[in-house]
Design a protein around this ligand. Structure first.
Ligand SMILES: Cc1ncc(C[n+]2csc(CCOP(=O)(O)OP(=O)(O)O)c2C)c(N)n1
Ligand SMILES: [Mg+2]
Length: 367
């Protein structure tokens, strides 16, 4: 029997900020950059809290999967993106959207199903898109975005561009066949893709431990089977997230090699707001512990206050501004019109079956 290969890279499992603060990619951050990252975290949190209130008020149809608790993962990873880096994720997509620079108005209006939404009201919570910001959604089929992310990476390599495809997935997606097919192709073709498993401990009501077989080192170690690099880190501290994501991005940029990076995180709310079992599969104490000791906003605020680049007064101002922005987005969404009946047949695959100009050019959805 062949000897077990030694693993290529292991998680430090450290949440200490001092090690990661001195990582090259973090040393480059100015005081303003760090405060800007804080603002991004807060804006996501407030946007979602306002959307939750309106959802509970019956203003939106469909699902609403909140990202609250996980914000540092999207904000940290997206903060490293350059012009040729792309991002794609699953249905828990609000954080990534705001992190790439989408506006609260277009995001809130999309939840309301209004024509002013980023997907013209046809996608809802799970289908935010901003191709102009290299943000490719927003996908509801578990694992379904992983072949698409692999395709983005293939496109980059084909065009000779130095970029990567940050392809996010949940811990529940790691058993999907499409993911394993993606891993195989990514390794075989040496594609610049970073598969980021946001391990929030649960897929719907099933804990990660009960749903996925894996070695002690974690889910990312499955990369070994594909002779692919892998890594594990915690997702509550932006310095740590950035340091680990950057290592994987460099591998993609410089060597055109894929990575699986597992980032351990936590969600405070149920799977979706409509999760009838939200209170049954984990304890109140477990949630409170994360909120108290691992909250990404609190962690980053404490880091910045410790460094003297943020005061609690400034943090409060950022918070008020984010609440105002979210409130204005609710008003914008309320006042926006619904799509017209005729809009039902535009911007969709219907055009493929019909003799439209777009169908002739093969540019149905994007230029
Ligand atoms: C192919 C497929 N199977 C089942 C579902 C139903 N489903 C929606 S979300 C989900 C759990 C996914 O959990 P995870 O990947 O951990 O993501 P998280 O919700 O924690 O972000 C399931 C089973 C689906 N959408 N697609
Ligand atoms: Mg999960």
């Amino acid at each position: 029997m062949a000897a077990k290969k030694t693993t290529k890279k292991k998680s430090t499992k450290s949440t200490a900020t001092k090690d990661y603060a001195s990582a090259e990619v973090n040393k480059q951050l100015s005081a303003e950059d760090k405060v800007e990252l804080y603002r991004k975290l807060v804006r996501i949190r407030r946007f979602e809290q306002f959307s939750l209130k309106e959802y509970n008020g019956g203003k939106m149809g469909g699902f609403l999967h909140l990202y609250i608790g996980q914000e540092a993962v999207a904000v940290g990873a997206v903060s490293l993106m350059g012009d040729n880096d792309h991002v794609i994720t699953a249905y828990r997509d609000h954080g990534h959207a705001l992190a790439v620079g989408m506006g609260m108005n277009e995001c809130m209006a999309e939840l309301y199903g209004k024509i002013t939404g980023c997907s013209k009201g046809k996608g809802g919570s799970m289908h935010y898109f901003a191709p102009d910001k290299n943000y490719w959604g927003g996908h509801g089929i578990v694992g379904g975005q992983t072949p698409l992310g692999t395709g983005l990476a293939y496109g980059l390599k084909y065009k000779g561009l130095k970029g990567c495809a940050l392809t996010f997935l949940g811990d529940g997606a790691v058993n999907q066949g499409a993911f394993h097919e993606s891993l195989n192709i990514a390794a075989l073709f040496e594609l610049p893709v970073v598969f980021i498993i946001e391990n929030n401990g649960y897929s719907m009501g099933t804990s990660q431990v009960r749903s996925s077989a894996h070695p002690e080192e974690g889910l990312a170690a499955r990369a070994e089977a594909y002779d692919m690099d892998w890594d594990v880190c915690m997702g509550e501290n932006l310095y740590e997230v950035r340091a680990h994501v950057w290592e994987a991005m460099k591998r993609a940029h410089e060597k055109s090699k894929p990575t699986i990076l597992e980032i351990k995180t936590y969600r405070y709310y149920g799977h979706s707001v409509a999760d009838a079992n939200a209170k049954k599969y984990r304890t109140k104490e477990e949630i409170e512990k994360y909120q108290r000791d691992h909250d990404p906003l609190k962690v980053w605020q404490a880091v910045l206050e410790g460094e003297g680049v943020l005061t609690s007064e400034q943090a409060a101002e950022i918070d008020s501004a984010a609440k105002e922005e979210a409130k204005a987005a609710v008003e914008f969404a309320e006042e926006s019109p619904y799509p017209e009946i005729s809009d039902i047949s535009t911007d969709i695959y219907w055009e493929l079956d019909n003799d439209t100009e777009a169908s002739k050019q093969g540019t149905i959805l994007f230029d």
